[in-house]
Write a protein that binds this ligand. Structure first.
Ligand code: PLP
Length: 397
């Protein structure tokens, strides 16, 4: 009989394979895995047998989440990461972006993505061209003249809600030997599956709509089995894995993703319409509004399912101080730096999501001092608009 000290370490730790099947995939937090013999372990290490050896190389809870997400995006495979930014970094590397290569990137894109390409990759010897992704001629000229390794854009952009014509962009990228990388965080697979529209890799900040409850930070890259193999081999070296606990939570969030976003996107459409009617709002950016420059493109790409859950708007004549008064006066809608949660959230792009973008680039893009980004949650629309109305009145007092 082993001594108590030994039992404390080993007792109850390893159950034999159970005869029953849990309805929900269990949380498996083991870092390492052992087999009945070393030959099997060696075969798993070599990739000749299925299994797990070490959590940075793979984990059953993370695999279950990856398989669920791949199914939703119509992808052969998914690789999960510790954040959306880790996923973007991995997708660019896996697309051959390294010293001497170039990237054509949408100017209207999440601020940290902009800085990753314009600053960090630039320091590593990657050149970049930023273009208005809604102008196919400009994109065509940029890819033809730079022959980039990758074209990077968001299906629906952060924060100005521009819509990317993915089939056209895929043709332009492929005609010039580039891969099209699409960040589908705002649109989600509810609105469209970029891989089916010609994209080569899809990236998600799972932190947002897919997990959906504001309690998980995660990312994912989706593509072919071959691309997933490259991503996994790189992940073994870079180590930005998604841990089992957030993977389990993200998978739980994913089960209600469809109904959450259906409701949130419908709420956002109503809130955008309500904002567009107001005199104290100078401009509303929302692809569901008939006046949006890519409204008909969005209707075609998203096939009538909706236009997303984020609405950006400008307070008429407002400077930063007045926007802050508006945000301070909100009681239901939370001024917090994220989106896609069940809660309605507002953010001031100039000082948070796009803080890393130089002020002159922000100004040229239309990210003005009066711009607010609203992520519409699952509350009753009447409660959301009542809160916005009272905060606007307070800011204008
Ligand atoms: C469109 C988009 N992509 C990527 C990211 C980065 O994701 P994460 O915060 O999970 O690293 C964000 C974050 O806000 C985002 O809005």
């Amino acid at each position: 009989m082993p001594r108590l000290q030994t039992l404390a370490v080993h007792a109850g730790a390893r159950q034999p394979t159970p005869e029953y099947h849990p309805v929900v995939p269990p949380l498996n937090s083991s870092v390492a895995y052992h087999y009945d013999d070393m030959t099997t372990l060696d075969a798993v290490f070599a990739g000749e047998a299925d299994g797990y050896v070490y959590a940075r190389y793979g984990n059953p809870t993370v695999t279950a989440f990856e398989q669920a997400l791949a199914a939703l995006e119509g992808a052969a495979a998914a690789v999960a990461y510790s954040s959306g930014m880790a996923a973007l970094h991995a997708a660019l590397l896996a697309s051959g972006v390294r010293a001497g290569a170039s990237v054509v990137c949408a100017t209207d894109i999440y601020g940290a993505t902009y800085a990753l390409v314009a600053r960090l990759f630039a320091e590593l010897g990657v050149s970049s061209v930023f273009v208005d992704i809604s102008d196919p001629d400009a994109v065509g000229k940029a890819v033809a003249s730079t022959r980039p390794a990758a074209v990077l854009c968001e299906t629906v952009s952060n924060p100005l809600l521009k819509v990317a014509d993915l089939p056209t962009l895929a043709d332009l990228a492929h005609a010039n030997g580039a891969r099209l990388l699409v960040d589908n965080t705002f649109a989600t697979p509810y609105l469209c599956q970029p891989l089916a529209l010609g994209a080569d890799l899809v990236v998600h900040s799972v932190t947002k709509y897919l997990a959906g409850h504001g309690d998980v930070m995660a990312g994912a890259v989706l593509g072919s089995e071959e691309q997933a193999h490259t991503l996994r081999e790189n992940q073994k070296l870079l180590g930005a894995n998604l841990a089992p606990e957030p993977a389990w939570l993200a998978h739980r969030g994913l089960r209600t993703f469809w109904v959450r976003v259906r409701e949130q996107f419908a709420n956002a459409e109503r809130v955008a319409g309500w904002l567009a009617e107001r005199d104290d709002i100078a401009l509303v950016h929302y692809p569901g509004l008939p006046g949006h420059p890519q409204h008909s493109l969005a209707a075609r790409l998203f096939e009538g399912r909706g236009f997303g859950g984020v609405v950006s708007f400008e307070l008429r004549g407002a400077d930063r101080a007045q926007v802050f008064s508006f945000m301070d006066a909100l009681e239901l809608v939370l001024p917090a730096t994220t989106l896609g949660d069940v809660f309605s959230l507002v953010l001031y792009p100039a000082h948070s999501s796009h803080r890393l973008v130089p002020p002159e680039v922000r100004a040229a893009l239309g990210i003005t001092e009066g711009l607010v980004r609203l992520s519409v949650g699952l509350e009753a629309v009447e409660d959301i608009t009542a809160d916005l109305a009272q905060a606007l009145a307070a800011a204008n007092a």
